[in-house]
Design a protein around this ligand. Structure first.
Ligand code: NUP
Length: 215
């Protein structure tokens, strides 16, 4: 995936109106947004098509799909039918569940991102212990796209080592969660940034300033 300025906006706002207002200010800087349950539950899945039509952005759906294979297929199919360019699935559920997501992505000619280790502190309790194995499972399954944390650069580097340089890693945790944008991009292809842009008094300036730090 080609992502402008290697920056993905995480649009966890709670109304379509707010989402459009923020996107309107950022079209110069971004071409890819990530939406998750907050906006989808507030507005319905049609928000994907609405944003795509208005802005021609690539939309990554952060639905962290984590069910049995049959249910994962349905979730992914519905998401791609609604216009998503990519979906994020969890890896801890195992290869059959992930394969169902991968098959759906292939069927719709869209992308799947495999979530390895999460960025928040709680990820150390259970997920971190298995994150390397989850990344290796992705490699064995021929998955090209991954999500790995900006908050622990040692872990991000390790996951990069496992998935290899040809893999595409997107990384959340920059800004509010403490991660550094430029350092993260040493190992990740793109950063995911939410609150430090959309909660800012001036999202456009916040975005512009962030991009300046990447140079
Ligand atoms: O490990 C993860 N950490 C994380 O923050 C996986 C994620 N998908 N996210 C998401 O990235 C999170 O749900 C939010 O949408 C975004 C980070 O937003 P912010 O901390 O920059 O506001």
């Amino acid at each position: 995936m080609e992502i402008k300025n290697n920056l993905i906006l995480a649009l966890d706002v709670l109304s379509g109106k707010k989402a459009i207002e923020i996107c309107n200010q950022l079209t110069e800087y971004i071409d890819t947004i990530k939406i998750g349950y907050p906006l989808t539950l507030a507005e319905g899945i049609s928000i994907i098509g609405i944003l795509k039509e208005k802005f021609d952005f690539k939309v990554i759906c952060d639905y962290k799909v984590a069910d049995i294979d049959a249910t994962n297929s349905k979730i992914c199919n519905q998401t791609f039918k609604a216009g998503a360019d990519a979906i994020i699935c969890h890896g801890f559920v195992g290869s059959d569940s992930v394969q169902a997501c991968f098959n759906s992505a292939k069927k719709y000619d869209k992308e799947l991102f495999l979530l390895t280790e999460m960025s928040h502190p709680g990820a150390k309790e259970f997920l971190q212990k298995n994150a390397d194995a989850i990344a290796q499972m992705g490699v064995d399954m021929n998955i090209k796209n991954y999500v790995a944390p900006a908050t622990r650069l040692d872990r991000l580097r390790e996951i990069r080592n496992i998935v290899g340089n040809d893999a595409y890693i997107i990384s959340p945790g920059v800004g509010k969660q403490g991660g550094d944008a430029k350092k993260t991009l040493k190992y990740a292809n793109a950063i995911i940034v939410g609150r430090s842009i959309y909660e800012s008094d001036n999202p456009k300036i916040a975005c512009e300033n962030l991009i300046k730090t990447l140079k």
